[in-house]
Design a binder for this molecule. Sequence first.
Ligand SMILES: Cc1cc2nc3c(=O)[nH]c(=O)nc-3n(C[C@H](O)[C@H](O)[C@H](O)COP(=O)(O)OP(=O)(O)OC[C@H]3O[C@@H](n4cnc5c(N)ncnc54)[C@H](O)[C@@H]3O)c2cc1C
Length: 394
Amino acid sequence: MYDYCVIGGGIVGVATARRILERRPGASLLLVEKATALAAHQTGHNSGVIHSGIYYEPGSLKARYCRRGARWTKEFAAAHGIPHRVCGKLLVATDAAEHERMLALYERSVTNGVEVERIDAAELARREPHVTGVGALYVPDTGIVDYTRVTEVLAERVRAAGGDIMLGAEITAIDENTDAVTVSGPAGTWRTRRLVVCAGLQADRMARLAGLPIALRIVPFRGEYYQLPPERSDLVRTLIYPIPDPELPFLGVHLSPTVDGGLTVGPNAVLGLAREGYRKGSLDLRDAREVLGYRGFHRVAAGNVRTGLRELRNSLFRRGYLAQCRKYCPELTLADLLPREAGIRAQAVLPDGTLAHDFLIERTPRSVHVLNAPSPAATSALPIADHIADRLDD
Ligand SMILES: Cc1cc2nc3c(=O)[nH]c(=O)nc-3n(C[C@H](O)[C@H](O)[C@H](O)COP(=O)(O)OP(=O)(O)OC[C@H]3O[C@@H](n4cnc5c(N)ncnc54)[C@H](O)[C@@H]3O)c2cc1C
């Protein structure tokens, strides 16, 4: 019997395993991951941004953990020689309406205690000559890192502290009783005193498997990226973001320098018909049936018809995608948009069509389930792990 078992080898699961063993040296722990590598899903398919925490509802878990997580992630990366860079971020307003929203975002950043500077069009052009806008917010603390590498180093810490990590082990049954939790799948059966489930895109299914009476469902939203050619990699020095639409949980297509010296553009947000199918047009019949038959999704779709159709059109036709980026970086051309693998976001949606914005963590007497850990959960993984490890034995 293990003292602890963690399901999910993304950054949240691995960070949690590491934190549990830091808190309880000598405890036995098993982490099981169904893929044959760690960080195989969201953690290995994202923008690699260490967010600063400007956007989020003041007081929310996201607002608190993102700020703390940004600091801890940079410290962890520095301490373990993980390449990262604090390159700063510009949020660019391209018209009067966006400028208005930019001012509201400035207020929220200040409330959230994030350092932010308002700059005008001339200053924007001076700092980033290839970017245009009527004004911008500059967030100096935002950085970039490779979250797959962070996860691998966290996993090294888990193994060094005596934890077992088993890859290629899908859990298909969870049975909790008063003494223990039994988890099992084709690779084996294990008993544990406490269970933590950090299953990302499968979070709702794992919670149901464990008998949690949850109403929400995970809706997969594809985020499609392009890579700029190497000769365009120095087009911008900072991260360049649009001003987000406050009604949507996604931040909009942005230009992101990567730690290996590249420059990516993306991601958009299109409905996914396969939770783990990365190629365009990927279809998984069970996943598609569950989304398309879900009342909560119908409500989201009905309330966002125009946005949904626009995102779909821009996914099918690169010209539309390009037009979004050219609003703030007019010299980009179709030839600049080279293929790059997409990511798929796990977005929890309630039956009334509400998108769960904040991190959502539920528990049973012996288990903790992370039900919603969308962006910025990579940035926030270390504080989320702390949160879980603190409460696990209560
Ligand atoms: C396109 C995109 C861009 C993003 N950009 C950023 C960003 O710039 N900054 C940021 O902070 N966040 C970003 N995010 C969000 C961030 O990537 C996620 O919030 C974070 O990676 C979630 O980590 P996780 O461990 O919860 O999930 P995951 O990384 O998805 O890991 C869950 C793991 O559980 C495993 N699993 C599931 N079911 C089972 C089972 N039955 N048995 C065993 N294992 C199982 C899966 O195989 C998977 O490896 C982005 C996300 C996407 C998709």
